[in-house]
Ligand binder design. Structure first.
Ligand code: DGT
Ligand code: CA
Ligand code: ZN
Length: 577
């Protein structure tokens, strides 16, 4: 494998961040940062320099100790001390280091006292005035933290996760509907297309009293700045850095406006071109033929006039949906209500918050027929991962619990770590007693593409491998996906009849839409799971379903749309392969 300089530099910077949060010696911290900078700006790869027998300690800012660390990274793909440090300091805290005015010391205090781990959680704590009450903090610091978050979002142009945008939308909706003046309120744009992240929130409204609605909205307490203010529209920036656009549209234009502002832009252009060929003008106000308006009140109108059936918003990315619509080949997308169970969940036995009973009760309330309990395996010591004895005990517990259940089944599972060499973290003799396994990579995320891919392919060969969980390990806005050849992975999954997960956790949404589509085209079966760590998390399933829809998946592509018996048959047949 070839380690890139950027990788080495990033590991050193991470070291520095973690040491800073830990409150280590500033000289040591600076040494890592300087070294990172040196390596980043080298013109040749450190791995190449090493191959040529060069002495890295001759580089500026790099002594014997750092040189040997670089060598370790190049040889093994990881840095021992960094791995150790990650066990001590929550890795997520690093994202907070990028907020101006928030050093390691304060991050540590905020984390220890409020459990804050992400920028979003920090923002929430500040908005709820929890930060200013901490000893050594005050209102001024709290405000500067909020400013810092805003600045960070502006600088990095960070797109907000769909889940966070959804929460904002819910608050706006509630606020605007407090007066009974709104006829329709719908969020268009990437939010409606259910992209995993959104840049801004585009809201369309129909009402008889536009001025009144706009002036009410301007009183929304989270507004930081009003950017545009007109009689039927306004654009504001919220404290969170999120931009919101509100447009009041005429009832007769509602459908045309909804289509236009839902986008995507590329999809719109495709539609408009089809219209032009038919002598139609299609814009956000309506549909026109020879200067007179022929339609525009309903969104379906836009598709109808160009001879197409309705195209679901999640498909409107100009990825062949117009072509498919023309040829009657649109997929019948999977829907939330078709999901009959969840196949990746955790309990308080490892790092979840709820007991098996509580998870089961919630699953039943969601109308499910089954839930798989898949706690972590022993390798993840921080989560109190299960060893073979622990798992045997859990199997007994679940068997007993099932005896008392009617019309619902708890499936026995485990989220078993895929070790670096591609073996699984628990013995086959215990795995075979389970209904299914959810297999995932949690360590050595920085292997080369070839090694990472082969590690996963090898794991899939294990006869008790059922589902590949969160295949790329990415965390939206926090951690890039691992280097892995998804096409090879999916081909292998097809060959061995393995299932691949869409992890519905709002930070993960892994596989992404493009990989979902690839899976479908290769004929690989998918499972939409939440990876719930609490009863509430089971509701995240809607995000996974949205991602599946963006990947053109139909119910038959998704194994947990099957009823219990059907699913059990499938799980058995996977093992027989
Ligand atoms: P975002 O905000 O980056 O997450 O993605 P969108 O798709 O929400 O993009 P946005 O907010 O810039 O615009 C909303 C929709 O408005 C977009 O999806 C399509 C439509 N739109 C915006 N600009 C144009 C344009 O120049 N031509 C056409 N045909 N449509 C546009
Ligand atoms: Ca938008
Ligand atoms: Zn998990």
């Amino acid at each position: 494998m070839r380690i890139r300089n950027a990788t080495v530099a990033e590991m050193f910077n991470t070291m520095a961040d973690l040491l800073e949060i830990k409150g280590e010696n500033p000289f040591r911290i600076r040494a890592y940062r300087t070294a990172a900078h040196t390596i980043y700006s080298l013109s040749s790869d450190v791995s190449e320099l090493l191959e040529n027998g060069e002495d890295l300690s001759r580089l500026p800012g790099i002594g014997k100790d750092l040189a040997s660390k670089i060598e370790q990274i190049v040889m093994t793909g990881q840095l021992e001390v960094l791995e150790e440090l990650k066990k001590e300091v929550p890795f997520e805290l690093i994202s907070l280091m990028r907020i101006a005015g928030l050093g390691g010391k304060r991050i540590k205090a905020i984390n220890r006292r409020l459990g804050v781990q992400s920028v979003e959680q920090l923002e929430r704590a500040a908005l709820e005035h929890k930060i200013c009450k901490l000893p050594g903090f005050g209102e001024k610091i709290e405000r500067s933290i909020l400013d810092g978050i805003k600045q960070l979002r502006e600088e990095t142009g960070t797109r907000m996760k769909l889940y966070d945008a959804e929460e904002i939308v819910n608050r706006i909706r509630k606020f605007l509907q407090s007066e009974n003046t709104i006829d329709k309120l719908i969020v268009a744009g990437s939010f409606r297309r259910k992209r995993e992240t959104v840049r801004d929130i585009d809201i369309l409204i129909t009402t008889d009293v536009p001025l009144r609605v706009i002036s009410l909205f301007l009183q929304f307490p989270e507004i930081d700045k009003v950017l545009v203010r007109g009689e039927t529209r306004c654009t504001v920036l919220l404290n969170s850095g999120m931009q919101v656009d509100i447009r009041v549209v005429a009832k007769e234009s509602y459908g045309a406006a909804l289509h236009y502002f839902t986008g995507s832009k590329a999809h719109n252009i495709g539609i408009r071109k089809m219209g032009v060929r038919l002598g139609l003008k299609i814009n956000e106000y309506g549909i026109w033929k020879e200067g007179s308006r022929i339609a525009g009140e309903r969104e379906e109108d836009v598709f109808r006039v160009v001879g197409l059936p309705f195209v679901e918003p999640e498909l409107r990315e100009d990825r062949g949906e117009l072509e498919a619509a023309k040829n009657g080949k649109l997929p019948h997308l999977v829907e939330l209500h078709q999901i009959r169970g969840d196949l990746h969940t955790h309990t308080s036995r490892t790092d979840g918050k709820a007991t098996i009973e509580e998870m089961v009760d919630t699953a039943k309330a969601l109308g499910y027929e089954y839930i798989a309990i898949t706690d972590h395996s022993q390798r993840l010591a921080m989560t109190h991962g299960l060893n073979e004895n622990d798992l045997a005990l859990q199997i007994d517990i679940i068997d007993k619990a099932n005896d008392n259940l009617k019309g619902f089944r708890i499936l026995k599972g485990i989220e078993v770590d895929i070790l670096e060499d591609g073996t699984l973290d628990l013995a086959d003799s215990i795995l075979k007693r389970l209904d299914l396994t959810v297999c995932s990579v949690h360590s050595k995320l920085n292997l080369s593409r070839k090694q990472q891919t082969e590690r996963v392919l090898r794991a899939m060969e294990n006869p008790y491998f059922t589902i590949l969980a969160h295949p790329t390990g990415r965390l939206i806005n926090r951690r890039a996906p691992v280097e892995i050849d998804m096409e090879r992975v999916l081909n292998k999954a097809k060959e061995l009849h393995r299932v691949v997960e869409i992890n519905s956790y709002p930070d993960r949404l892994d596989m992404n839409d493009v990989h979902c589509r690839m899976a479908k085209e290769l004929g690989v079966k998918v499972s939409i799971n939440t990876d719930a760590h609490s009863t509430n998390d089971l509701n995240f399933i809607r995000f996974g379903v949205a991602q599946a829809r963006r990947g053109w998946l139909e119910p038959s592509d998704v194994i947990n749309t099957r009823g219990l018996n059907d699913l059990l048959n499938l799980l058995c047949s996977i093992r027989e392969n």
